[in-house]
Design a protein around this ligand. Sequence first.
Ligand SMILES: Cc1cc2nc3c(=O)[nH]c(=O)nc-3n(C[C@H](O)[C@H](O)[C@H](O)COP(=O)(O)O)c2cc1C
Length: 331
Amino acid sequence: MTVSLHSPGQINKLQLKNRLILAPMQQHRGTPEGHATDYHVQHYGRRAADVGLVIIESTAVSPEGRLYQDDIGIYSDSHIKPLSEVVKAIHAQDARAFIQLSHGGRKSKPLPGERLLAPSSIAFNDEYGLPFAASEAELEVLIDRYRRAALRSQEAGFDGIELHAAHGYLLHQFLSPVANRRTDAYGGSAKGRLQFVLRVATAVREAVGPDYPVQIRVSASDYDPAGLIPLQIADIVSQLEPLIDAVHVSSGGITPIRPLDVHPGYQIPYAALLKSNTALPIIAVGGIHGKALAERVVAEQLTDFIAIGRPMLEEPDFAGRLLGKQPSSIQ
Ligand SMILES: Cc1cc2nc3c(=O)[nH]c(=O)nc-3n(C[C@H](O)[C@H](O)[C@H](O)COP(=O)(O)O)c2cc1C
């Protein structure tokens, strides 16, 4: 069967009208209390028409876990109603809507009086400062934060959840030996480092039920000799497979070390590697902005879906051009 960008797709039981996804991108427009506003309704509604799925930006499960103080959150029931307006605007364009649930860990921007929490007391850099190693009691609270955020996501009408375990934020910090030096059940070995993510994914799955889509965004490489490599991430994905429905493949962010060669589609080999190791649908992202490249990687089944980020900010109809809906100069 030939697959194209136009082919319908599926995550868990959810049907998506095509293979294009709006990548999660923070808008820095949350209110001081972390609420979405009419800005988000307009922004996401305007970009939903041509994609099968919109993944809304990093949304904090806990106030101290906001990546920036102007992030939106879903740590209180009062966040549900404004987010439900965003969902309605996306559904009105015949797209589905996922929310990206996130906690920044050592890369958070807590307010004075809030704790900078991480697996271990190791700073990302001077800008963020030294985090507290979360106690086991604090980890139980965090797991419950994810559980409650998942229930609120369902209540707001989202069609699914993406757990943000990429870019060096809390879940990624637990997975990576660069940031996790714990000696308790949540560290010490690859198995221990997976425990927190397993517990979060289990809590979320139990909260939302078996048929509700839950996917994970991972960084396939830490770009750090002491960090994770793609084969280790493939192993982590295999162990999470009973709990999740799709994998969104990014890279980097656990340290300030950046990839040496960032060319169009540079993360596609990671997506392809993970795809060859799992039956789960895969989402590739990162500079996949050319029509020929996007069509080829889907047709060759190196990935199941393509997420598009930055061009959709500048040009809300960009996905439509990739689909050939408007005359296109995209090669
Ligand atoms: C302004 C901006 C905000 C972003 N915010 C998020 C975010 O909230 N969560 C996330 O996982 N990635 C975030 N990203 C990364 C994008 O989802 C995407 O992976 C990246 O932009 C590469 O895709 P692209 O080359 O199509 O832009 C952001 C990127 C940009 C440019």
